[in-house]
Ligand binder design. Structure first.
Ligand code: ADE
Length: 356
């Protein structure tokens, strides 16, 4: 993928593989760009307003009861602010947060170590929670439900189970694939919320806020031009504003206007829908080689040289939402809007009729 890819998640995972618990402060140092623009409170967090309203009530009720928050599950496409929101909740609750991700919790001792390091009221954030293995999940069940760990000592006949109490904590899980979460794990979350794609207007606000923090000059139309090509995703918007700012400094006077933004994004080959070269080759492949589909995801991945997970997690959510791709039991297919967007005339009317 080009610069709008989600490689950030993979870097984060490899960092966490070496060190399963990454305290929020460590992430601050390693990821200074993301961290310095990350909103810390509800007031500075733009978008997701319905979700924010519900969360404010939940937090206030927990505060008045003087109890930790119920366990929370956030799901939705990557880059919409699940980790950021967990940080905001911790800040608003006035508690610490420990951040990790399921692939870093390979061995039982990884999850046990984190649970035993928690302090009362603290938040444990597990990203990509759908990737938790069965053993880790089973350790988590009593920890989430009744705040204890069942530890076994000794071997075969002399095996003993030890019940270790844990402080009351809140688990915040995040996933891009809620459907892949096991039923028993999902049932243990008291609150489940979906994060929505952002509107262009919301993204323009995110962009202006980021530009302000980074001392980048931008006008309203410039912010909207970047927003329109950011696929409804603040993480992409924040990356693009930096790239466009580079272009504005080198080729103009540093200020981002509509014209500067459009020229820069054209050079980056990000089209007016926010699609990059990978998205377009995926859609073109389905049209040109498979007559509009359906075609299996593995075939698509092999043909365009991307892995299945990147296509499913990074490319597809927006293409599906934009109506440019459809998922069917027999594979992926495009829609008439895809032909129009790519400026390709449909050779076979039957392939389009099959959509309806
Ligand atoms: N940066 C990334 N996500 C954001 C959001 N929701 N609000 C403000 N700034 C952001």
């Amino acid at each position: 993928m080009s610069i709008i890819s989600d490689d950030n998640d993979f870097q984060e995972q490899s960092l966490q593989k070496k060190n399963p618990v990454v305290k929020a402060e460590v992430i601050e140092c390693d990821k200074s760009f993301e961290n310095c623009i990350r909103p810390k409170t509800f007031d500075s967090y733009i978008g997701q307003s319905a979700l924010k309203d519900t969360l404010k009530i939940t937090i206030e009720a927990a505060r008045r009861r003087e109890k930790p928050l119920d366990h929370l599950l956030f799901y939705g496409p990557p880059g919409l602010g699940k980790t950021t929101l967990a940080g905001v909740i911790a800040e608003e609750m006035g508690v610490d947060i420990k951040i990790t991700s399921a692939p870093a919790l390979e061995r039982p001792r990884d999850i046990i170590g984190i649970l035993m390091s928690l302090e009362g009221g603290e938040i444990l954030f597990i990203d990509e929670i759908h990737r938790l293995n069965k053993v880790a999940e089973e350790i988590l069940y009593p920890a989430m439900e009744d705040f204890y760990l069942d530890m076994t000592t000794g071997k075969s006949q002399t095996v003993k189970t030890l019940r270790v109490p844990l402080p009351k904590f809140t688990l915040i899980g995040a996933t891009t694939k809620a459907g892949e979460l096991s039923g028993p794990l999902r049932d243990r979350f008291g609150i489940i919320h979906r994060l929505e794609f952002y509107t262009d207007e919301e993204l323009a606000k995110v962009i202006k806020r980021t530009a302000g923090i980074l001392d980048i000059e931008i006008d309203e139309k410039g912010a909207l031009a970047i927003a329109r090509r950011s696929r409804g995703t603040p993480r992409i918007a924040n990356r693009l504003v930096k790239r466009v700012s580079d272009y504005a400094i080198v080729k103009h006077d540093g200020k981002i206007t509509e014209d500067v933004a459009n020229k820069s994004l054209d050079i980056l080959k990000i089209d007016e829908f926010g699609l990059d070269t990978t998205d377009r080759s995926l859609l073109r492949l389905i049209i040109e080689k498979y007559d509009g589909g359906p075609v299996g995801i593995e075939t698509i991945a092999a043909a365009i040289g991307e892995d299945v997970r990147t296509i499913e997690d990074v490319c597809e959510p927006f293409l599906l939402q934009a109506g440019l791709l459809q998922r069917t039991p027999r594979g992926r297919k495009v829609s008439p809007a895809t032909y129009r967007h790519l400026g390709i005339e449909s050779k076979s009317p039957t392939s389009q009729q099959r959509l309806f």
